[in-house]
Design a protein around this ligand. Structure first.
Ligand SMILES: [Zn+2]
Length: 495
């Protein structure tokens, strides 16, 4: 479950489909046999792996996420599922991972080169972009606001003696004057924490960087190109004492003697490079395809989706995401096994484990922007499962309910079979309509429903662990989805 509700979204007005009356089961004997393969202890075994510390919280992108994907692929392959993506089980898409590569980040002046983390630090976190900042330097002395306020600073670097004072207010004021950047050098009486100690956490975050969605190119406007030429935010560079002599020697600065405001006839350049291939990283939704048996209906695909990513490691703590969404992930694994037992349904089924959900439903957005299905197929439904292993045994929520404008035959089918699996009445998850991957399927015109057993005290906490999960409940949700798939085999399902 994605943690923030997305602001200013337009809900696509989809047709309210008339619910079907009583449904006939697809194949009673096959269904009974398949239901019996869904076992709570097997789901538990899978979940203890998916939500183990070894997978480090399955952040997108991360090694742990890739290991989880390997596990899903191996299961699909063992069970004889067909690959559901163009070149195998992986639907590959990309994220931008913007982290600095310190060895290729430099400050250069008069033939000297300083290296980030070795000779200097940069303050702040959100600075991971490849860029260059150049300009002439000017001596700023001890950073006296009144003296500096009078200087012409447009496009220039200001070099300051750092006495350990907070430079925030001064910096904000000088930025308004078009300053290129600030270079701080510890003064002889500097008594604050050494720079290595003061900025090591910043450096770690700069290397770790941030992850962003790759935006598809839209026609550039003149205003855009103007904006991209203009660097965002002036850097503040903290030069270590060991590099001070070289810098001051090149600039011709003598502390205490050089007058404040003196123009220094030396060009300074600060440059940053991102790690990796310009920051682009491949990630994958894992897709398995179970072809239908009906010559016509096999082209109609019932998608069952669950996100298998979570939020990774924060402040040294692993967020295992056992319920969010190890529960849905393992629910789909047991469905893979159950459908193997069932054999083909009339319609085809796609199991889709998406990642990037916690970043903002990215994996389902990527797939729906450029969907891939085998030749001639089209998606007719998505059943999305996210967090189904906690709270009271009989508590299961669904959206869209009959009060929601996207209400469809899918909710009706779920309501028909839920009581058979210990969920006498499905509650409403309508307030979570924008919060998980079903939303992107609906935006793409595919009817969808979302099964969810509500948030709890461990939601998005490092304590969302497998020992707190109700495995019998997940097993009943898997059986319910299996009954739904079996109940969606009539010639017409949407009316
Ligand atoms: Zn979540």
């Amino acid at each position: 479950m994605h943690v923030r509700s997305l602001a200013s979204l337009f809900v696509l007005a989809t047709l309210s489909l008339v619910p079907a009356a009583a449904r006939t089961s697809g194949n009673k004997a096959a269904l009974e046999s398949a239901l019996s393969t869904v076992k709570a202890d097997e789901i538990q075994t899978d979940l203890y792996f998916i939500a183990s510390d070894d997978l480090k919280g399955r952040d997108t992108p991360s090694e742990g996420l890739n290991v989880a994907a390997s596990y899903l692929r191996a299961r699909l392959k063992r069970l004889g599922w067909q690959p559901g993506a163009k070149d195998g089980y992986d639907y590959v898409w990309q994220v931008e991972k913007k982290g600095l590569e310190p060895a290729n980040c430099h400050v250069e002046f008069a033939g000297h080169t300083l290296t980030l983390g070795k000779d200097y630090f940069l303050s702040g976190f959100g600075i991971a972009s490849a860029r260059e900042t150049s300009g002439k330097a000017i001596w700023g002395g001890d950073g006296d606001k009144d003296a500096l306020g009078k200087l012409e600073l447009d496009g220039k670097w200001l070099v300051l003696s750092d006495h350990g004072r907070d430079l925030g207010a001064l910096r904000r004021e000088l930025l308004r004057k078009g300053l290129a950047g600030i270079v701080c050098v510890p003064a002889a009486d500097y008594a604050d924490k050494p720079y290595t100690e003061r900025f090591s956490a910043d450096l770690e975050r700069q290397i770790e960087g941030s992850v962003a969605q790759v935006r598809e190119a839209s026609p550039a406007t003149e205003e855009d190109s103007d904006r991209s030429r203009r660097p965002r935010g002036a850097p503040t560079v903290f030069v270590l004492p060991e590099a001070k002599a070289a810098l001051f020697g090149a600039l011709g600065v003598q502390e205490g003697q050089t007058p404040v405001g003196k123009e220094l006839a030396v060009e300074l350049k600060e440059s940053r490079a991102l790690a990796g291939n310009g920051g682009l990283v491949d990630v994958q939704n894992v897709c398995g395809f179970w072809p239908g048996s009906d010559p016509v209906l096999k082209n109609e695909v019932l998608i069952v989706s669950a996100h298998y990513d979570h939020v990774g490691v924060m402040r040294g703590q692993i967020y295992n995401g056992a319920d969010d969404n190890g529960s849905g992930t393992c629910c789909l694994l047991s469905l893979a096994e159950a459908l193997k037992q069932y054999g083909p349904l009339r319609r085809s089924v796609m199991l889709m484990w998406v990642c990037g959900e916690e970043k903002g439903l990215w994996g389902s957005e990527a797939w729906n922007k450029h969907p891939y299905l085998p030749e001639g197929c089209k998606a007719v439904a998505d059943i999305n499962i996210d967090m189904v292993g906690r709270n009271a045994p009989d508590k299961l929520l669904i959206t869209p309910t009959h009060e929601h404008k996207s209400y469809s035959f899918l909710t009706k089918v779920a309501e028909t079979y839920a009581p058979l699996e210990g969920f006498p009445k499905l509650g409403s998850a309508d307030e979570y309509w924008h919060r998980s991957d079903h939303y992107n399927f609906v935006q793409a015109g595919i009817p969808a429903c979302f099964l969810f057993s509500d948030v709890h005290e461990d939601y998005h906490k490092p304590t969302d662990d497998p020992d707190k999960i109700d495995y019998d409940k997940i097993h009943r949700v898997a059986r319910l989805v299996l009954r739904m798939l079996d109940g969606l085999q009539d010639d017409k399902i949407d009316g």
